[in-house]
Design a binder for this molecule. Structure first.
Ligand code: PHE
Length: 339
């Protein structure tokens, strides 16, 4: 037994460590609850009486040696870490940190907001759960009006007056309630329509709608504003306005931009025409102004609205709208370089 103790004594004396974890292993090995010293103390019971004194002393010395060793090694290692400073070794290569990217919808929304804010538009927001008045009736779409069918609506079952807004025109109604002209505001936001999900349409998407109300606002102002916008966003300087219908504007138009026919993709996405439809617009119907308490004799205005997904699909050549909502990292990572 004494030989065994001597052997361990030497082992302890020779042990040294460069990492705290090594010291911890050593501690467990010697003084842990299932360690060498514990088991030696167990064997001690079997030692013949005449040897007990010598072996007992040797065991205590061994035990103290192990505990002291652990203590001194830990102190030494901790001071050497402290001496390196709180930042550790600054020359060590850093583990790479993944940088996130903005979602393409946010990128495009921010760009649109930026373009309009440069010509004095403010940003306004409103609730996604709307009442009938702000989403429909105030916008010249009374109950049972057939044009309501254009916007397949999600109603809230418990309260038929509540629905998920089908466009952000509702925000503009709220804005007109709270502000006097001149009004220049854009309303970006999420909208909902009960449509089948496909590569081209989704039941949740995003819009930016704009509203401009002042004295003497004309259709020419509308066209000029949209031309400025399409030049800034797409770098395209040819647009055309096709007559259309929206209950809240009169006259109304669809805006097409001339995309060009230079590549095969241009042919495909413009169906060989070179033109692409990007938004709806028109002069605010006097009824809508009246509904919001604005003097329609004194003021006129224009409004426009576009889908952010559609614009993003065009800008980044994204073939399927569903990609925006899948949150596939391989898709999202491609926008890292864009701010
Ligand atoms: N609110 C319309 C839509 O969601 C878009 C639009 C806005 C059209 C303003 C004209 C004027 O389809």
């Amino acid at each position: 037994m004494l030989d065994k103790i001597k052997k361990y004594q030497e082992e302890i004396a020779q042990f040294s460590a460069t990492e705290i974890s090594e010291v911890e292993n050593f501690r467990i090995q010697f003084t842990g609850s299932k360690g060498i010293i514990k088991s030696l103390f167990k064997d001690f019971k079997e030692v013949p009486n005449q040897e007990k004194k010598a072996v007992g002393q040797a065991l205590n010395v061994l035990k103290n040696a192990a505990t002291d060793k652990v203590k001194t090694l830990i102190e030494a290692l901790e001071t050497s870490v402290a001496e390196k400073g709180i930042y550790g070794d600054l020359t060590r290569p850093q583990a790479p940190i993944e940088i996130g990217s903005r979602h393409p919808i946010s990128i495009v929304k921010n760009r649109i907001v930026d373009i309009f804010s440069r010509i004095g538009f403010t940003v306004s927001e409103g609730p996604e759960i709307e009442d009938d008045w702000h989403n429909f009736s105030a916008l010249n779409l009374p109950e049972h009006h057939p044009a309501r069918d254009m916007q397949d609506t999600f109603f809230i079952e418990k309260n038929p007056d509540l629905l998920l807004r089908t466009h952000t025109s509702s925000v503009q109604v709220r804005y007109m309630d709270d502000h006097e002209p001149p009004i220049r505001t854009i309303s970006p936001g999420r909208v909902f329509r009960n449509e089948d999900i496909s590569a081209r349409s989704h039941c949740i998407f995003h819009q930016v709608e704009g509203l401009y109300i002042d004295t003497d606002v004309s259709f020419a102002d509308l066209k000029q504003t949209l031309l400025y916008f399409t030049k800034e966003l797409f770098g395209k300087s040819k647009i055309r306005l096709r007559p259309s219908f929206f209950p809240f504007t009169e006259p109304s138009a669809e805006v097409d931009i001339y995309w060009g026919l230079e590549t095969e993709t241009d042919y495909r996405i413009t169906k060989g025409t070179g033109w692409l439809e990007i938004m709806g617009c028109g002069m605010v119907d006097p009824n809508v102004l009246k509904n919001a308490g604005i003097d329609s004799e004194k003021y006129t205005g224009f409004a426009f609205g576009m889908g952010i997904e559609r614009i993003a699909m065009l800008l980044y050549q994204i073939p399927d709208i569903r990609m925006f909502y899948e949150n596939d990292v391989k898709f999202l990572e491609q926008f890292k370089a864009v701010t």
